[in-house]
Design a protein around this ligand. Sequence first.
Ligand code: 9YW
Length: 433
Amino acid sequence: TERPEVAHRTIEDLDRAARRVLATNWRQHATVPAARLYPHQWSWDSAFVAIGLRHLSPARAQRELESLFGAQWRDGRVPHIVFDPHVPADAYFPGPSFWRSGAVPEAPAVPTSGIVQPPAHALAVWLTYRADPATARARGFLSRLYPRLVEWHRYLMTRRDLTGSGLMSVVHPWESGLDNSPAWDTPLSRVTPVPAGEFTRRDLDHAAAADRPTDTDYGRYVRLARDYRDAGYADSLRVHGFAVEDPLCNALLAAGEDALASMAVELGRDPRPHRSAAARLTGTLTATLYDPAAGMFFARDAHTGKLIRSYSVGGLVPLVVPGLPVAAELIRTALGDRFRLRDACPLPSYDLTAGDHDPGRYWRGPGWINTSWLFWHGLRLHGEPSLAEDLRQRLLDRVRDAGFREYLDPLTGAGHGTDGFSWTAALILDLIR
Ligand code: 9YW
């Protein structure tokens, strides 16, 4: 287990230490999420890392995103991991020999996984651009990334609209970013786990077993990924044993289309297709996944058509959508007993009042900085500056005490998972500024 260093006493100490984490985790053209546990480039991590890096080195933040999109597949998908060929093959499971992207005609030369992660990239590209438009223009940052982002969103809005509802589905818990969220328990129960003896986990070499998903979880993850791979990464409900329309991804897609509209204006192109996509996604997301009685967004099982009424932090993330019609209701839910916005921090990944809330285990209870950052961003967007400021202060205090841990107990602030975690450092840098 990677152990935390000492607590950081002042904001200046915290700032310096955060820079050090990002320097340590930088590899030629991208940042690894954590040196030992996650030694490759991860998709949505790079988006969050760029949001912080833009304050230190706008050019490096741009390269972070450019390198990720350099591994985009020809069908538009952006893989959830871009493997570093210099890292030993057994450093992370599942590695390149599992995903076999080299056998897929649409895949790039560099080895990647074949699944995706939440589309936080358009937002990150736009924030990165705005931090230093002159450098970005000189490097052709926006003009190179805009068409790639358009293709990425097109893949999600067409090939991943598995039910015809107008929403995208994630087809693997790893794609949701919230891997072992209790929200996935019911749809996952239909998936037969691959026996634990058929694969070797590497995560337990670097993190405590009680903080990580179980072997049964992993058995199911392996089954789903193997089936997808063996179908040549084709998208259809017949291939995917697990498929959910989840509020976090669809909200980031809507917010991302809004960011693409701003980029189009900047580039002298027509923003209207993006504005209408954002409006359509926002409308469908709210009509389909919002439950007014609960004041909450829930994921929908694409196989059964049923809402999964599990209070995951993913259901609060739609606050990032500009013009969300139910923002006030969602904030009220965050302030309630399940998430306790005023005192639990970071925002719990899962319902504090649920019997199976587990404050140390991954996405089944602990608070993560990225989802809290997204909610903070949403609070500012929807005219709640004092709630936003209060959350910001408490996030800074928590990380100052615990270090740059992967996730924290939302009530005690105890750190869990790996230390030296990149998006924790990057988003703290953003919150300091
Ligand atoms: C894993 C890298 C990734 C994050 C995910 C998080 C975790 C990978 O780490 O998944 O091996 O379990 O769940 O959101 O991108 O930081």
